[in-house]
Design a protein around this ligand. Structure first.
Ligand code: BYC
Ligand code: FE
Ligand code: FE
Length: 475
């Protein structure tokens, strides 16, 4: 198995030492990355020793090693899954041809754009989460936040490697620009909508890692099918790290629900004000956060009809989720798919060429996967004997991208008029008052084994360590 060379300035399994020019270019980018990390990375974390996993191999059996690491000294590196010399393009117009080790000239602009868009989300999420360490509900959660942050930093490295290695001068310029755009910045924002939103508190963080990191799972899976082999191999390895990010979100929301249910049972109430007064987050607020994060995340899949999506697929740049497991012709010409549109104030299905609807296909795969986890959250409520259930809102609710953008839609899928929208909006999306309440619960709890009152402890610690392990040592 290819182990990773940690003796190098930039740990890697791509024989970086053999390509001096590339190595020098990346070593030139490295201090800019560290500068960016110091500037907008996790606030105040520089001297913390954190129990982090670091990739030591790309072998799925045992790829990571755990130990206390100074945040600043985390070894961000470049790791590609092993290649297969006989790999073939398995979808689109080039199906059956040999997979590409270099970028074909005619696909260069599109590939660069995909890699830049992917790369842009990674530092964006670190920026969005930078203040959360100050209000961690426990040392365990603080460690998980930092783990995610360093790995999103590594995902940025993954894309920057591809830009530097395969796109020459404009690749290097794009790599610089990835450190210059800033989440939420007026003049130079991140590329995609969800990555310019705030992640103001830990409930938002758990929803983000459940829903938005799951967009990562689906987009990376689609890129892992790419005919451009280095992109496929890089994203495959990123996916091994992604599972933990979504776990943090799913288990985080479960633990919030578990605490809320306990308070509701203790007080024998479902009254939001009483639940809040007891220091737990009422189910209505949780549902509104869910509605928000779900809707901004499904926007990340792009317009429901997109000629870009058709080109990306036909030219082999980006496949479908689990392309290899599907039994159709993997070219999709002449096939159709149903998308939604509004005609005379009514939602209607419309059959369109499937190639143009591939953003919608991926969004629908994402939706299925998301709903499964929401059902697991509902099991927590069910077990506690609470009759309320969480639901994902209708696909057209609160959309900003594609044919459904700007439509006034209730979460249960009715087109509503302006008056009803204004009257009900505060029931459907988090209000300033919800944010203020959740913010009021955010204190810093960092003694080993202690947890804030609004969240239950996890069932297990990290890497079989006890829940009260000292995951973070404050220097
Ligand atoms: N916000 O034809 P369309 C992750 C733009 S998450 C703002 O549909 P296309 C992570 C679009 O760029 C995974 N703008 O575009 C998670 C286009 O702009 P131009 C991220 C948007 O190309 C958590 C225009 O609207 N990876 O890894 O078919 C933490 C027309 O749209 C948005 C990827 O996304 C939006 N939401 O599809 C850390 C993979 N949506 O050209 C990390 C790479 C669309 O008119 N990206 N626009 O100026 C892609 O595959 C595609 O670019 C998209 C868009 C699916 C995003
Ligand atoms: Fe990522
Ligand atoms: Fe992630």
């Amino acid at each position: 198995m290819s182990t990773i060379d940690y003796s190098q300035k930039i740990p890697n399994n791509v024989n970086l030492g053999e390509d001096r020019t590339l190595q020098r270019a990346l070593e030139g980018w490295q201090p800019n990355f560290i500068h960016w990390w110091d500037d907008v990375g996790p606030e105040g974390s520089t001297n913390f020793d954190v129990y982090l996993r670091t990739a030591v191999s790309v072998d799925p059996q045992g790829w990571a090693q755990f130990g206390h690491v100074k945040m600043r000294d985390y070894r961000w590196g470049i790791f590609l899954n092993p290649g297969d010399a006989n790999r073939q393009v398995h979808f689109g117009d080039h199906k059956g041809e040999k997979a590409w080790q270099d970028v074909p000239g005619e696909h260069r602009a599109n590939l660069r754009r995909i890699i830049v868009t992917q790369g842009d989300t990674e530092p964006a999420s670190v920026e969005q989460q930078r203040h959360l360490g100050l209000t961690a509900p426990s040392m365990y959660d603080l460690r998980n936040l930092f783990q995610i942050n360093v790995e999103e930093g590594r995902h940025l490295w993954a894309m920057v490697y591809l830009l530097h290695k395969h796109f020459g001068r404009d690749g290097r310029e794009e790599a610089e620009a990835l450190l210059q755009r800033t989440s939420g910045d007026q003049d130079n924002p991140r590329i995609l909508g969800a990555f310019n939103e705030k992640t103001p508190d830990w409930l938002a963080f758990f929803m983000f890692t459940y829903f938005t990191d799951r967009d990562g799972k689906f987009q990376l899976s689609a890129l892992a099918e790419s005919a451009f082999d280095p992109l496929a191999r890089t994203t495959k390895f990123m996916l091994t790290e992604e599972a933990h990010h979504m776990f943090v979100g799913e288990s985080g929301v479960s633990r919030v629900l578990s605490r809320t249910a306990a308070v509701m049972n203790e007080l024998k109430t479902d009254d939001a004000a009483r639940v809040r007064a007891a220091g737990a987050i009422d189910l209505g607020t949780i549902q509104r956060y869910l509605n928000f994060h779900y809707s901004v995340t499904i926007d990340l899949f792009g317009a429901d009809q997109s000629s870009n999506a058709a080109i990306f697929y036909s030219s082999g740049l980006k496949g479908r989720y689990e392309e290899g497991k599907r039994d159709d012709d993997h070219q999709l010409k002449g096939q159709t798919y149903k998308v939604l549109e509004v005609v005379n104030g009514q939602l209607q299905e419309k059959e369109v060429p499937m190639l143009n609807a591939l953003n919608e296909v991926l969004r629908d795969d994402f939706i299925k996967d998301s709903v499964a986890g929401v059902n697991r959250w509902n099991k927590v409520l069910e077990k506690a004997g609470i009759p309320t259930r969480l639901t994902v809102p209708h696909k057209a609710f609160n959309r900003q991208i594609g044919a459904l953008a700007g439509i006034k839609m209730s979460p249960d899928g009715r087109v509503v008029n302006e008056v009803e929208w204004s009257a009900k909006k505060a029931d459907w999306l988090p209000t300033p008052e919800d944010f203020a309440f959740v913010a009021s619960l955010m204190g810093r709890v960092v003694d080993p084994g202690k947890f804030a009152g609004w969240i239950a402890p996890p069932v297990m610690g990290i890497n079989r360590q006890p829940v009260d392990f000292d995951y973070v040592r404050f220097g």
